[in-house]
Write a protein that binds this ligand. Structure first.
Ligand code: OOG
Ligand code: NI
Length: 445
């Protein structure tokens, strides 16, 4: 009777609208998506097995569509309203990321789909950072920034009304959903006219460029979108041939037989013209394009090993050398599915084969035995979250060389959750539940 659109469908409409808007706003992002599609096509041509697997998983048609975007907000009220907006699209806060350790005065979560089926339909996520004004050390400036933020409303009245309507009715029909997407988009639109005079902009920017980015505009403009690539190393190499200036390093683990976690790279944020309230013109550097390649989610044990090896490898000034060095250091990380599973380094989803359905597991049969007999299959569970060290690298590559990295503040998940108005879900618990439920379906738990 209600005829509501599913939250998965609204999320897909939203991510498509966001992509169209961002390609218009940042033409270089459009060029990047074309390069990604071209490379993905080449990879599939050269690798029919992969193509068949993706086709079977119904992944081909939306291969190169956006996997995530990122925004930054200034107040608890903004963050909590965003939480309610994303809930309409079936996106919930997962994970807590403290970037202050890396000198970036924000802490963050990812709004993302949580259920297996929702992730399969469209995994679009938004990495969302809350500015930590308490990390501005100049008291007068801190008060001024707070005043400026308090005076703005980044949501249209119609958007607020539709979110409330969704909460009351438990859904939106197609016409309301379309209107909601259109209104929600306004929150993320770029405005070249700032809300401040040039002196205020410069003072805030001098504290930290991110602070100016969050405080001086009418909305929380989307600062990048990120499609999926099947060969991140190749796109990184090819970017300059399309007039795109990539960041120096690909973030995350090296290339492997069994990809783990998340590899990312981006092009450097563009310097864009802005106008100040006092009539002066200037430039602002915030918006870029990114690509990602995801692998299997790691257990706490696997993650600890990843963090240890990553720290051991350090960073470099040349991507090729860095990747080689990473690959050497990561030899200590098993690189086949069987070892990853047996050593409980990664999460897997289990299912019975035809043969396994014909002759179901008995109480005393081991998983290894069932697998050896071809009755049980284990498939890697994809990592759906972010990596703080990588995120810090992405932030920093867009802050320019002169940005002074100062370690300030400490993790404050409780303060973040208070601002959000809800708890963030623990990503490890989600992966563990996915694995556990798959075992239960096989009669193995
Ligand atoms: C977010 C940077 C982090 C990622 O993919 O790790 C990020 C930002 O610049 O606002 O998007
Ligand atoms: Ni990103």
């Amino acid at each position: 009777m209600d005829n509501f659109l599913t939250s998965d469908a609204i999320r897909t409409l939203f991510s498509q609208a966001m992509s169209a808007m961002y390609q218009q706003e940042v033409p270089q992002y459009g060029v990047l998506t074309q390069l990604v599609s071209a490379v993905n096509e080449r990879v599939l041509e050269a690798n029919p097995d992969l193509k068949n697997r993706l086709a079977a998983a119904d992944e081909l048609s939306r291969l190169s569509v956006e996997r995530h975007g990122a925004i930054r907000v200034g107040t608890a009220a903004e963050l909590s309203m965003l939480r309610q907006m994303f809930a309409v699209m079936g996106m919930y806060p997962v994970g807590y990321y403290d970037l202050s350790q890396a000198g970036v005065p924000v802490h963050s979560t990812a709004f993302r789909p949580v259920s297996d089926s929702a992730l399969r339909r469209n995994p679009f996520r938004v990495f969302t950072s809350l500015l930590r004004l308490e990390l501005i050390n100049d008291e007068a400036l801190r008060a001024k920034a707070a005043d400026i933020l308090a005076a703005r409303d980044i949501f249209t009245p119609r958007c607020r009304a539709l979110i409330a309507q969704h909460q009351q009715q438990g859904g939106l029909n197609a016409a309301d959903a379309a209107q909601f997407v259109k209104e929600a988009l306004e929150t993320f639109r770029w405005h070249a006219d700032t809300t401040v005079d040039s002196a205020t902009y410069l003072a805030l920017s001098h504290q930290h460029r991110l602070i100016a980015d969050v405080v001086c505009f009418r909305g929380c403009h989307i600062n990048h979108l990120t499609p999926r690539t099947l060969d991140i190393d190749r796109v990184q190499t090819l970017m300059p041939t399309r007039g795109i200036d990539p960041k120096t390093l690909i973030e995350g683990p090296p290339q492997r037989q069994v990809p783990i976690l998340l590899r990312q790279t981006s092009f450097k944020a563009l310097e864009e013209p802005v106008h100040f309230r006092d009539g002066f013109q200037g430039t602002h550097t915030a918006r870029f394009g990114e690509i990602e390649q995801r692998g299997v989610a790691l257990t706490p044990k696997g993650r600890a090993l990843y963090d240890k090896l990553l720290a051991e490898a350090g960073t470099g000034k040349d991507n090729q050398q860095h990747q080689q060095h990473l690959a050497e250091v990561f030899r200590a990380f098993p690189d086949d599915e069987v070892s990853l599973r047996r050593e409980q380094l990664a999460w897997f989803s289990y299912r019975l084969t035809e043969k396994g359905i014909q002759s179901p597991p008995g109480a005393e049969e081991s998983m290894e035995q069932l697998m050896a007999e071809g009755r049980l299959l284990a498939e890697p569970i994809t990592y759906e979250d972010f990596l703080p060290v990588s995120a810090a690298g992405i932030f920093q590559s867009n802050l320019g060389d002169e940005a002074h990295v100062r370690s300030a503040g400490h993790a404050s998940k409780a303060a973040f959750e208070t601002a959000l108005g809800a708890a963030v879900q623990d990503e490890m618990v989600l992966y563990q539940q996915l694995q556990q439920r798959s075992l239960a379906r096989c009669g193995l738990a």
